[in-house]
Design a protein around this ligand. Sequence first.
Ligand code: FAD
Length: 294
Amino acid sequence: MRPFAHFAPRSLDEALDIFRREGEGGRPLAGGTDLVVQLKEGGHKFPYPRYLVSLRRLPELRALGWHEEQGLRLGAGLTMAEVASNDWVRQRYPALADGAGLVGSRQTMNMATVGGNVCNAAPSADTAPPLLALEAQARIVGPQGERLLPLEEFWLGPGETVLRHGELLTEFLLPPPLPRSASLYRRHTPRQQMDIAVVGVAVAVALDDGGRTLKKVRIALGAVAPTPIRARRAEAALEGQAPSPEAIARAAAIAQEEARPISDVRGSAALRRHLVGVMTERLLREAIERARRG
Ligand SMILES: Cc1cc2nc3c(=O)[nH]c(=O)nc-3n(C[C@H](O)[C@H](O)[C@H](O)COP(=O)(O)OP(=O)(O)OC[C@H]3O[C@@H](n4cnc5c(N)ncnc54)[C@H](O)[C@@H]3O)c2cc1C
């Protein structure tokens, strides 16, 4: 690693001041489980930083609260272990608990943050499809003030986000789940643990009051496009329909069409597309069954 300055502010304002004062060439450091590895490899994914600003002591990134009407506030600085073990998350947003609970080893989960997972902008990030399916919004704070945007608009490409110099992702806002709803995330990896998703699929469904039709369907895919994506045509094909095996299979086939996978060391494009179909169908069935059971 090459030398760099390290700042450890104790508040969000102090962190923003450091970026303002020091100018270009700085980078936020959360758990460091992506960034430190990238720096050790020479930082070729981005210009080598002149300074790092640690986010670990910022209380503003550690919000965690539930409100019946507003839903969940989830600080970007919470670790995967904290997210995966939180009761609100486990009970109301199980897809997110699934994703956070898969990140690396126990040691990785104790360091890695949910904000870092999203800001690193890997198409395979395990909390990205769950957050998309759960319709998370991202709060961004920077020198020009604050903005709130749907997470879907956060990524521009692999390793690229809408964040400008000196801007920080501070928290996620997740709307409350509807009655009779359920969500799930699964990934396919050759190894069960310590591996990166070849494909990740998250679904969130809600049934109507009688439990006969699907009121809401969200399907999000990881590792099959330059960024995590929503399979919007597949969602629309199922919404308002009875959840018959045929309708579910049709939606899964549409999700396959919406995927734009590439072939790489982890798997071919054909394998990825096949997995999208199989996994989407299975997850929809399981989520609908769970929503029925309440
Ligand atoms: C052994 C190992 C196993 C892993 N397994 C998995 C896995 O199974 N699934 C998976 O998805 N990932 C995995 N990862 C990758 C990594 O752990 C996650 O992406 C992690 O969530 C990154 O979070 P972090 O807090 O460590 O981020 P950092 O490494 O600190 O930061 C990552 C990037 O985000 C930026 N950043 C961080 N926080 C903010 C913020 N609040 N605002 C603005 N920018 C910010 C940083 O500048 C940097 O560019 C693994 C990594 C290791 C080392």
